[in-house]
Every structure is written in C-alpha cells, then in structure tokens.
Design a protein around this ligand. Sequence first.
Ligand code: GLU
Length: 510
Amino acid sequence: MTASTTRVRFAPSPTGGLHLGGVRTALFNYLFAHKNKGQFILRIEDTDQGRFVPGAEQYIINCLDWCGISPDEGPHKEGAYGPYRQSERKSSYRKYAEQLIEQGHAYYAFDTPEDLEKMREAFRSDANPSPQYDSKVRMQMNNSLILHGEKVAELINQGTPYVVRIKMPASTEVTFQDMIRGEITFNTDQVDDKVLLKADGMPTYHLAVVVDDHEMKISHAFRGEEWLPSAPVHVLLWDYLGWKDQMPEWAHLPLILKPDGQGKLSKRDGDRLGFPVFAMDWQDPKSNELTKGFKEMGFLPEAFINMLAMLGWNDGSGEEIFNLEQLIERFSIERIHKGGAKFDFEKAKWFNQEWIKRSDTARLLPLVQEILVKNNIHASEEALTDIIPMVKERCQLLNDFVAQVSYFFNDPVQIDLASVQPKWDEKKKLFFEGWTTTLEQIETWDATAIENTFKEAAALAQIKPGELQLPLRIMLVGAKFGPTVFDIAFRIGKEATTRRIGHCLTLLAQ
Ligand code: GLU
C-alpha cells in the first residue's frame, strides 16, 4: 500500500490566546488528514518578531492536546520536514527572494518610512484614498527597478536597510480553484507589491507560506477567509518559483461571526458578552491579564470540538452530535459553507450539556472531582459515582457540578427562605417538627422509608405532600433544584437531614 500524500498544516502565529476560529481551522485540518490517512502538521509562523509572545507556542500545543487533535509533526514532535518554526528556517527564504529578483519578479526597495508617507500623500485622491505601493507608483520610488545595478550593490554593501517586494504584473487576471468557493479570479491591479523579505532579513507571511508549504510538501491548505485577498500573490509566487504543479489545493474557511452576525468574532466580543473565545485560559505574560477559556469555563473537549465542527459545516443529515471518529468519517469539504457562521454561546452550552449527559461516570468523575477540590468540596470516589448520574442532566457546564453536588456534602450556606415564607404557617411548622421525630426513629434509612413516613405524616396533618416538598427541598438543598428530595435525604443521612430541617425551622421562626 502506498502512503497517502495528503499533508495539511495548521500554521498559527504565536501571538497570544488561541481563538476558537483557529481551533476550528486546526480541527478541519485534523479531520481532513485523518479521513485521507495523511499527516497533520503544526507550523509555528513566528517571523513577526514584534508580535512574538513567549509561551504562546506551548499554549497552542496544549490546546490542541486538550481538544484531542494533536498534530503528527511539529516543533514538539520532529518529523522529516523540520524545523517547524519559521524563525528557524530563516536561511531558506532569502535564496528564493533572490531567485525572484533575478527572474524580474521581485525587486529591492530602499524607501524609508518617510518616503512611503510622502508617496501616500502625493497619490491620495478621492478615487484612491489610501494609495498602495503598486505598478502605478513603483517607478517613482527608491528601488532596484529604477536604480542602476551598481548603485543597488553599493546601497546594499553600505548596509542601507531594504525590503524585497514582489513585482505584481499590471492588469492581469489570476485564477485559482478554491475547494469551498470554486473558481476565483482576481485582477492584479487590486493587489499591491507586497513585501516578501523584511529589513530584518525575515520573510513576510507571503513568502514564507509559499516556501514552507512547498518544502513541507503540503497538499491542501486550509486557512481563514481573511487570507483570500492575498491568495493571488501566493498563486503567482508558486508559479514564479516554478512549483505551480505542486501548489496545494486551497480552502478558505468561512469566518466565525459575532452573535448578531455583524463582523468577525473577536476576543473583545467575548469580554463584552461574557463568554470565552479562547480554547483554554490565557495569561498574557506582559500584562498578566487572564482571559478565560472554554476548558476552564467547564466545557468538555468532546463538546467543544463538536460545536466548532458545526460552525460552518454539517453532514446534511440534521444530526448534530458527533464524536471525533464520527466527524472524521462524515467530514467533507463540499459541505463547508461559504458564508460566515454566527457564534451562539447558548448553543455551545447546549452541546456541552448533551455531551455531559452522554458521558459515563468514569469519564466525568476525575473532571468533577478536580472542580470540587478547587471549590473545597471533598467527596469520595464512591459517593461521586453514586451522585454524578443523578445530577449530570442538570449540568450545562462542568462547573455546574459544584452547585449540584455540594449540598450532598455540606449544609447549604445560602438558603432561599424567601421561596418558603409566603406560604409558611403554624401547621407546616408542626408537621416538620413532628416528622423530624419520626425520622429519628426510622430503622432502615432508605429513600422509600423516608418518603413513606413523609406521606403518612402529611396525611395526618391534612396537608398535601406537594405543598411540603418545596420547603423540604429548600431545607436540604438551600434552593429549588436537585434530584428527588427523598434520594437526597437518604444520601446525606439521618443526622444531616434532621439538622438541616431544625436549622431552617429556627430561621423561619425569627
Ligand atoms: N499565520 C497565519 C495565521 O495565523 C496562517 C495562515 C495560513 O494558514 O496560511 O493566520
């Protein structure tokens, strides 16, 4: 059997927290690679030294691990195509920039920031409010297209700062196939002479993405829709460098939009609307600012990736709940939507609740235990194995287990007496006093025995049991939730049950 030639890459820049759009790109790469028995590569695009953030690379790797979509090759897992950090590949880019210059497809540009500002002022007009460095202006600038070869060599030898720019052909149509959008055509007049190599010798994204995709034998490139306008530059570079036949197939993924559909979802939207946008907690090393992640908000990774897969894709069956294996099996690029996908946090929580319901106790136990310990609730494995199935349907987030489990172990601190007081009277007080005495005498403490005595006492007091259940729930739980009250009483034991009832009777008497 010949090995699959499918090689895809997730190529984030290590500039901070990993946005859910980034995770979705990684997920689609992963699904496609696994579906085609290919390789999924992580490439760290760290050529912008100004935006580099220490710790961000390891954080990205941790996020992918948490999601269960770890790459086959990357800086953490060397393969045959390394290094996997662009900063470590610096030496390979220059020769291609020089090759492009020799072929007449690129040029040295010595313009200073002041020169560029002057150009923008001189060419600004109503029709062209932000002039670009392109075929219309390049012959009036300070570059190797107009300077003599000797002068260019002299400037370079003197150490004059320069960049290398692509020479975009004038008024040419560049056409390529996008796996999601079909045939796409750009006119080169819409695109400026992008910088390929920066003054610090580092490549820009435009050069690096082409060189690396080629050297790493990438077969399909998934990236955000925001890169579509740069695609003609990349297509031309593949052509100029003589690699056109090996160009990966492109897929520009739809944006993830704000809940109201008005523009791309940003971290600020999350801060403003109170939901996470990053996969995991991210602490900025400079400002120390901590941004909450889906993991720490209490999402199961199964739910997180299921929800992400459905943002811009579905399998056409109307089904929504898929595990990773099912996603691999059903994934197809043809079913990725062209339009942006609105993010809906309520829907994200719905996915999580569905996954909590479907997860067995063995899966939930360690996660719940970790959250409980953080909240100072110490519960034995045995007790939790019993309680988790009773309460899990009520949890949207793993953190909801704190409220749903804590009253099994600790007397409630907050007691919602306001829900009891309006209908509280002497008759009910006498009922609870009397029933407490009965409870103390129960020999076999189980839910049925507790319920039977409750019903008998209610009948004797001539009160509907329904009217007594809410006060009992508030006494035991502190609030209006939880499984059947008799199951709770059974689990917390006789002593805690009578103590909590007694405590509330005292509070209600005040
Ligand atoms: N470094 C680019 C980004 O973070 C990668 C785009 C691509 O996948 O080609 O968006």
